[in-house]
Design a protein around this ligand. Structure first.
Ligand code: IPD
Ligand code: CA
Length: 267
């Protein structure tokens, strides 16, 4: 039997160590280190080296687990009962432009459900952490989603489309509806942190399409363990490969789901 609380503590330390590496590298980063995986999908040696460090450290604490990682520095194995889902640097575009908001995201999956989720936001030195059934914490202190139940009092987060433009028209409709009916919309550039900030009540909710499993696996558990709700744009249970996400507190969930489904043409 895996001791989830103990393992979570170890994952937090591993995420912080990778974050320290990222922080150090950003001090002397230069653009020649950036290459393109595909349209607007940036990567650098820093992403890859951070991933290798994470894989090494996570292998040590749970040798039987497989891996699904953004940079593919290890053979991807998700057929194991347990596997890690890793984004070594979520917010790569922020990182390469010198913006101090980016994160390390680590989830442990068991039978394809996240059972540990850790998001370490490097710039503010904030470690968001959860294990299944154990609630969610920020630097060791319990967090919960916001109690707000009105859109008019809500601050929401999203990600602007940057490579998959198939849903732009529906996305613009969603924003047009929300601009005058909320306190505002933020685009901070790291999905893992959007979810972590929703978990601790800074955002009432977050939505985006065009995502990958490593962007959301840890954050989904954070929001659920903090008392919020998560689904995909179809209203399903948001498996980590569903590519779209709606994550909110309890108070505005129905409203946000409805506007997205109507605007995107799903409802
Ligand atoms: C990206 C960030 C961004 C989101 C993108 C992700 P990356 O991850 O999370 O906020 O809008 O969809 O791909 O490329 O910085 O690891
Ligand atoms: Ca990412």
């Amino acid at each position: 039997m895996i001791d989830l609380p103990l393992l979570t503590t170890k994952v937090e330390a591993i995420a912080r160590a990778a974050g320290a590496f990222l922080r150090e590298e950003q001090q002397h980063f230069s653009q020649e280190r950036v290459s393109l995986k595909s349209l607007n999908a940036l990567v650098s040696d820093v992403d890859k080296n951070a991933e290798k460090q994470l894989v090494r450290d996570l292998q040590e604490i749970l040798p039987e687990a497989g891996f699904l990682t953004e940079e593919g520095t290890i053979t991807q194995r998700t057929s194991h009962a347990y596997y890690w889902v890793i984004d070594p640097l979520d917010g790569t575009t922020n990182f390469v432009h010198g913006l101090p908001i980016y994160s390390v995201s680590i989830a442990l999956m068991h039978n394809d459900e996240p059972v540990i989720g850790v998001v370490y936001e490097v710039g503010m030195d904030e470690c968001f952490s959860a294990y299944k059934g154990g609630g969610a914490t920020l630097n060791g202190t319990k967090i919960t989603t916001s109690p707000t139940d009105s859109l008019a009092d809500s601050l929401l987060a999203t990600g602007f489309p940057y490579y998959d433009f198939s849903g732009v028209a529906g996305f613009q409709k969603t924003l047009e509806y929300l601009y005058p009916r909320t306190r505002g919309i933020r685009r901070i550039g790291t999905a893992a942190v959007d979810l972590a900030y929703t978990a601790c009540g800074r955002f009432e909710g977050y939505f985006e399409y065009g995502l990958s499993p490593w962007d959301v696996a840890a954050g989904i558990l954070l929001v659920r363990e903090a008392g919020g709700q998560v689904c995909d744009y179809q209203g399903g249970n948001a498996p980590i490969d569903s590519k779209s996400i709606i994550a909110t507190n309890n108070g505005v969930f129905e409203d946000v789901l409805k506007v997205i489904q109507v605007s995107m043409g799903n409802g």
